[in-house]
Design a protein. Sequence first.
Lengths: 112, 113
Amino acid sequence: GQQLNQSPQSMFIQEGEDVSMNCTSSSIFNTWLWYKQDPGEGPVLLIALYKAGELTSNGRLTAQFGITRKDSFLNISASIPSDVGIYFCAGFKETSGSRLTFGEGTQLTVNP
Amino acid sequence: DGGITQSPKYLFRKEGQNVTLSCEQNLNHDAMYWYRQDPGQGLRLIYYSQIVNDFQKGDIAEGYSVSREKKESFPLTVTSAQKNPTAFYLCATQEWGSNSPLHFGNGTRLTVT
């Protein structure tokens, strides 16, 4: 089920700006995943995090696994028009085995 | 992901008809999943299968059925009992035995009129 609070729901930014979005939960997670979905396509994995405190980068993207294991954030630096899309956080809860929990998504719009 | 094929990309059906969505994978992944996505919303789990000949209901299984006769294939049937079937359907796979990420196909958009 969807028990992750992802914010913001949407963002409208200018090209070149930095972006930050996050996911929080009352549950403890073992793994955090960040996906991007383009219109009409399936989500694509951006970053996977497996340890509390872990900070991982993928190009202009940086994500962190929160120390409390109940949250994660994703930053995008120097945004470009092709960053447009929906960003989803997802995670495996400590108690849910292989069932992945998804956030509701953040719709990002980048104005050239 | 290139190793997961969903077909067709677009599907149109009349109300009252059953329809089957195809999902094939060549990643040799053990687990397969079906999700439903409605406009502006996140993903909701319909069914999942961890091994051949076994599958479990997800959060919104009513009106859907699946089979897992082969490791490579996990077709989803949307039955006439599904009251609001128009949606974007996503298939995903996962290596079993760890909290490994799910890999998604490119989806099938089903429209029922």
